[in-house]
Design a protein around this ligand. Sequence first.
Ligand SMILES: CC(=O)N[C@H]1[C@@H](OP(=O)(O)O)O[C@H](CO)[C@@H](O)[C@@H]1O
Ligand SMILES: [Mg+2]
Length: 541
Amino acid sequence: MTSQNPIVLASAKYPKPAERTFQYGTAGFRMKASLLDSVVYRVGLLAALRSRKLNGQRIGVMITASHNPPEDNGVKLVDPMGEMLEGSWETYATTLANAPSDQALLEIYDKLTSDLNIKTENKARVVFARDTRASGPRLVSALLAALEASGTEYTDYKLLTTPQLHYITRCLNTKSTPYEYGEPTEQGYYQKIAAAFKAATGTRKFNGPVTVDCANGVGGPKLRELIKYLSSASEGGLEIKVVNDNVVEPERLNHQCGADFVKTNQRPPPSSHAAPSARCASLDGDADRLMYYFNDSDSSFHLLDGDRIATLAALFIGDLARNAGLGEKIKVGVVQTAYANGASTSYITQDLRLPVVCTPTGVKHLHHAATRFDVGVYFEANGHGTVVFSDLALKRIGKYEPQSPAQASALDTLRALTALINQTVGDALSDLLLVEVILAHKAWGPKEWHLTYTDLPNRLGRIEVADRNIFKTTDAERKLESPPGVQAQIDALVGKYKNGRSFVRASGTEEAVRVYAEAATRGEADDLAAKVADVVKRAGV
Ligand SMILES: CC(=O)N[C@H]1[C@@H](OP(=O)(O)O)O[C@H](CO)[C@@H](O)[C@@H]1O
Ligand SMILES: [Mg+2]
């Protein structure tokens, strides 16, 4: 009798809010935590299906809402190699989440099982973790109910950063293969990164400490843990000052601090008292985004965002490959979105002479495009990104016999970077150490880094309209194809500004439309943004 089915029985405890329609968005499901129990339960079922479909490979489930306010939460799935869930499965997630009743849910679950030829006798294995939000433990119970009901083996990794769960998922699925990624534990993560950081740094010196604002999220305790594995400043290691790491009061999460605050407000967290030219960095709530910034001697604030991290990494890795004698064999490329500052794109193509690809927003798109290069550097302007090395590049870097001491030294550093960089997903802790290694090698402070190019003044706005879905884009989100006529109005405005560029797209994570504009001066960028916003408001009513 179907009413006795464990999936139906457990589902009754996590009823779907009737009037709600859910969507697996840019970064999974994300909303007020109070609305999320049924979604998490159903995501648990999907994780079971995905694992069975892939012959029992581990699937990761991360419960987090990243930079969103403390009362929000979210859930997303991690594929076996530590990548984001394959695109076609997002639709199944959405369908399951919207099943109107427990019985309908079971029918969709069974239909997916047969449509996707999933062998029910296969094992299902899931690993999961959460950030520090107060709603996390409650949502974990909903997830557990689904894993039990679907006969899934699971491991609860408790509190982790999102990238740590991605790392562990890949380690588990590559264990005892030629592609073994590392020890599938939190400790293994720290050991791997710390050893690689030491090797990549070599004898270089750090120019003073770096202060890291942890957004009062899971990155705080995890960074403190990582520090235990690194050489101390007295041993010549990097001094890391941890601030905003209060996870005891969950309401402080992302409040007046963190990577999103810094990027959106273009100013340091109010609690920051950094000395001139001191290196400061901010993580977001689940520690997959990183922002750097500093105050100049005249107190002017400078942001070193994802574009800056991408250009720094591309410059350094390109030089290392050449110096190691692999310049011809390893092609470095950069992947950005339309939100990348136009000056960064010109710097990459004209100064670094590297190819740039532009993809739609969302790291899954960038990651995918980056894997087409031997070494693909990808970052969103908001600080989410990493570097991926192709199997061929890894093989070449691993096998190459250096022809001189200089080549040997560059090769050693390059090899260390392949282990330091989390290749599964953007990882603020790993990216932080990557930036520190590069600055130490170049003997650069934030000022020298900032001098590599001059950002075009820009403005990112957010407009609430009746229905954001009428705004449909093409050309990697750089042009609107609907509503009709709106793009022509934007083009006409852009044409009036020196170095003007502007585009409009519906957010994938919020009920809003985003307007981006840049131009030669601050006044012109603001003006262009305001005028384009007016066009959007008129079109959106
Ligand atoms: C302009 C912007 O920063 N957009 C963010 C934001 O997406 P939207 O689709 O723009 O809401 O959240 C995404 C998930 O964190 C992130 O990948 C993306 O970069
Ligand atoms: Mg995040």
